[in-house]
Unconditional design. Sequence first.
Length: 479
Amino acid sequence: MKKILFVTSEAHPLIKTGGLADVSGSLPKALAELAQDVRIIMPNYQALKLTGDVHNIFSLRVDNRQINILATQLPDSTIPVWLVDCPEFYNYPGNPYTDENGNPWPNNAERFALFCRIAVICALDKIGQNWWPDIVHCNDWQSGLVPALLSLEKHRPATVFTIHNLAYQGLFSASRMVTLNIPGQLWNPEGLEFHNMLSFIKGGLAFADCITTVSPTYAQEIQTAAFGYGLEGLLRYRKEALVGIINGIDTQQWNAETDGYIPQRYNADTLQDKVHNKTALQQRVGLPINGQVPLFGLISRLVEQKGIDMVLDCLPEMLTMPMQFVLLGSGDKTFEQRLQALAAANPDKIAVTLGYDEGLAHLIEAGADIFLMPSRFEPCGLNQMYSQRYGTIPLVRKTGGLADTVIDTSAASLADGTASGLVFNEANAGALLEAIKRSLLLYHLPEQWRQMQVNAMGKDFTWRHSAEEYLQVYAKLQP
């Protein structure tokens, strides 16, 4: 059994802005089910959705500030959660990283440097809990200073640093080194310095005993200039310590047999019942009820990374085909306006809902025939895995976790029972449109289509599989 301190800036269901929270809420639970002793540490934000008892287990002063370590549990689990309580830094409403206008909090460097320092104090068992972790597992830039600070300690736990999205690096002015009281020996090009900026993420990449990221393909991609954001050289240098492990998904929440959000539950043996969810979806978003035309679904942030511009370029030609398109998402205002204009002009073909709605998201996964994910890059991705569990065929670009979780449909993959989606290579509208046309041809071959659905629904995307891979990583590490 390993004792694991899981350091994260968010964890579902306590607080969530993205995929990091899903991982932080699920992986510790999966590790605990494999008999590991896991504790989570995160900041005590004002917006946390706390349900259980919260009590103070330790108080200390750091930089002349009173800090309390509070203890609670991850909801619906026995996982202990330690909350770093410093009202001056964390008692703000809403998002952990940005204000209501989407601007980063001006003191983010101070907020997360303090969080890292307290995590190190806890990792060295200086809070009187008589609990010394074997592994300190850090996640994304907000916890990047932890491996760097621990590297200066004589007796320390082993460190793992997981990259969820390398695009976010925690870059601050070099002058913050002094105000944050970061030891000077960490300030060099091999350490925290990045083009004369202070880089939090480099603390993890340069000093962690092992680096992981959220899919094997993304682990390769971030070693290239196209995906490395200037850190590809460091990642190539550390490639022996770099491992890609695909994220799991919550298979209780996303399960067509038990989903409370959808009107008709079904499984691989009762796929004929899926059409009732299609009808319900068409009704809900105001599209004509038609069980014969393929219904494309898309749930996404409306940003270039997700390939929304490519979808917009394809939609005029898609409108000439027998199909319908339903979209749920928000993001770039220009994309939002263009999508709304297309939907208003073509109400029998396109339905757009801006924002996010959990119930509608589940209904799209269950009711759509084809799910579009033409991402330019996608470290892991979740919706392509949700889609396969619901027998909704994902149409994806070959990148990151999409490449690792969707098997393209060909004569060979149909024959060997692995075909589970449609994959295209180039990040342009022409390649996407060709894949869309291919999906329409396959849709009208009922036997092949059903085989693809059955293959997809049989795939194992549970967290247990991912947790076992993390255990293999932990087992190789010696502090």
